[in-house]
Write a protein that binds this ligand. Sequence first.
Ligand SMILES: Nc1nc2c(ncn2[C@@H]2O[C@H](COP(=O)(O)OP(=O)(O)OP(=O)(O)O)[C@@H](O)[C@H]2O)c(=O)[nH]1
Length: 306
Amino acid sequence: MKSIKTENKRASYSADCFLSGALITDSKNTIIYVNSYFEEHLYWKSDELVGQNINKILTKSSRIFFQSYLIPTLLHEKTSEEMQLIIFNGQGIKIPMTINAQINEEGKVFWSLYNSSKQDQLYDELIKTREKLEEQAEELKSLASTDELTNLLNRREMNYRSTLLLEQSLRSKQSVALLVIDIDNFKLINDTFGHLEGDRVLKELGQALKSFGRQTDLISRYGGEEFLIMLPDTDKKGALLFCNRLHAIIADILVDNKPVTVSIGMTISNTINTFIDLFTQADNAVYQAKSLGKNRTQLFGDDNTI
Ligand SMILES: Nc1nc2c(ncn2[C@@H]2O[C@H](COP(=O)(O)OP(=O)(O)OP(=O)(O)O)[C@@H](O)[C@H]2O)c(=O)[nH]1
């Protein structure tokens, strides 16, 4: 049995004691009750709202949502929880609110409204944090796959991408060209002009290769002064043309007013080559180019150099 004391205590509480909005509308969507939250926190006086259609406090998009979703849901389910609506406060400012509502048999709807601005801020912050983390992950990925000095692909990334590209090319029966490019007498540049000058040459060569190559070419710094390039969908003729032009643009890089030169070992894939096969062939070819006097391109398996 409830004591009289408890009953009295209950009676002294009302919807005005809660830190959330309470609102009742009738079956014609006319507001018939608002609690004091509306005056204290949303700057609406009770008599400005009671007798008015609920549309008075809803933004345009919220009205559409109210008519097309909320009311049908209430009629069908009798309750509707955690809906997001934007309402105007008495000063005309838009406030995001989370709504719980239930409908009774007479069609009266009992609304409880919670200000969700802080929740929205939290979502915003979560989204920003997630975007930041994604950016950082991208940066890390790029750092892990790029050579710091030249910004070209590093050896590990080149091995990975070349293997993929070669597999695709074998499937589509296209040939690829693999070039090993080795700067001539680079030790002499370092020893005579210092490591910083050597680094400048590496950087400039990296830039030249990048701006010269196509978007689909794989261009890497493979080791100290050795660069590896894979050209998709390229035959012997196209690759030789590429190498000739490469010698010309690299000659624009000067050390002590003299053009830098490179030796290039080149090979063209056939239908059964692996990446290791191709690399070994191009590496042998560059060795041959060096021994034949440097500053030239040597095609693997060919006696002539260019
Ligand atoms: N400045 C600089 N030098 C590097 C870097 N990595 C490797 N090297 C230098 O590159 C030089 C390569 O020398 P070698 O392998 O003898 O080749 P080379 O002098 O070009 O001789 P050839 O290949 O026969 O023309 C060495 O002196 C290395 O120290 C780097 O990141 N920066």
